[in-house]
Design a protein around this ligand. Structure first.
Ligand SMILES: [Zn+2]
Length: 352
């Protein structure tokens, strides 16, 4: 497989072009991530501390790597009183549930849990997978996860219920997958606020090519997902404009080794080692998405993540290549479980 000589992106990445030295346009237009800094973060968090109130902030907890680490940092390093909100995703890996229990026990924090009504997650997922199969396109693979795009609205609901002003998110900045933006014609260097609007326009345009996505059963979830897809989306800005949203890893560096070692040592956190990677194991749909990206683009989101980590100097290119050959595997048994769970009997989806 031919890959960029500087990062690791493969020649199958959407809209990739290599220069005479074999360096890709993603590398050539890359701007290193600039952290706002811990001093600013501490100031901001201190300003949210409320003496006499039970909680200073609220955050979503999935049991995966980044949200668990964000929680650990908030409680232990920044002394915040956190209310954790766990969306009970029906496709959660069992290990993620153990991680949540361990974290709340060890840190001694409160957690509230919520589900979506009427099995809407399972139903929108199944419907969107069937729609996708009618017209496979890498640009619309994220539609499988539309239900999870509504979680922020649940978190905001709890912030209002418990009168908490501050909402923390903890995704790492390198997860913002560039190739997916490219599929939606979103410029790679656009800022978060603007790229939300252009991504939204892009996803509407792509899904309109396959209108079966817009089934009446799915429309409320789609609308809510579009409104609450991230803290920069329309929903948080208009319906929670009095809240302060803090993206933790926009302030302080996200260092993978530190994340993993602290989680293991301090929270008894772990991941199923058969997956070889601790990233995004918490939802089983991730395995299906890997399969579909592999099928349509011959790459996964990990190619993009590791390419960014190479550009940021967080990992060597050689190490990234090794990890990709080790970690980019398809877990058919996990995908099969997901299909069984939603009653899809047609096994031809998994034709290899
Ligand atoms: Zn490159």
């Amino acid at each position: 497989m031919n890959r960029c000589s500087k990062c690791v992106l493969p020649g199958s990445t959407p809209n990739i072009v290599f220069d005479k030295d074999g360096v890709c346009n993603y590398c050539n237009s890359y701007k290193k991530f600039e952290y706002t800094g811990e001093t600013k973060l501490r100031e901001l968090l201190d300003s949210q501390k409320r003496t006499g109130s039970k909680y200073d902030c609220v955050m979503g907890l999935s049991g995966g790597r980044d949200s668990s680490y964000a929680l650990l940092k908030l409680v232990k390093d920044y002394n915040m009183k956190v209310l954790a909100v766990n969306y009970e995703n029906p496709f959660t890996d069992p290990r993620a549930k153990i991680n949540i229990e361990n974290a709340i026990d060890i840190l001694g924090i409160d957690v509230v849990r919520f589900k979506l009504k009427n099995r809407i997650h399972e139903r929108t997922f199944k419907h969107n997978l069937m729609s996708w199969l009618r017209k496979p396109s890498p640009a619309t693979i994220p539609m499988l996860c539309i239900a999870c795009k509504t979680i922020l609205s649940g978190i905001i609901k709890y912030s209002k219920k418990y009168n908490i002003n501050c909402v923390i998110t903890g995704g790492n900045p390198y997860e913002d997958t560039s190739f997916k933006k490219e599929l939606l014609n979103v410029s790679r260097d656009q800022d978060h606020e603007l790229s939300f609007i252009t991504s939204l326009y892009g996803i509407v345009r792509e899904t309109m090519k396959n209108p079966s996505y817009y089934h009446p059963m799915c429309i409320p979830t789609i609308v809510k997902g579009y409104l609450y897809g991230n803290p920069y989306a329309i929903g948080p800005r208009f319906f929670a404009s009095d809240k302060t949203f803090i993206d933790l890893f926009h302030y302080i560096p996200w260092k993978e080794e530190e994340v993993e070692s602290r989680l293991k040592a301090e929270l008894g956190w772990d991941y199923p080692h058969k997956f070889k990677s601790s990233w995004r194991f918490d939802c089983k749909i991730g395995h299906l998405k890997d399969f579909l990206y592999m099928k349509t683009l011959n790459m996964t989101e990990k190619d993009d993540l590791y390419a960014k980590m190479v550009r940021e100097g967080l990992i060597s290119r050689e190490r990234a290549l090794l990890r990709l050959s080790d970690e980019n595997q398809i877990y058919y048994d996990e995908i099969q479980q997901v299909l069984n769970q939603v009653g899809i009997k047609d096994k031809s989806i998994l034709d290899r």
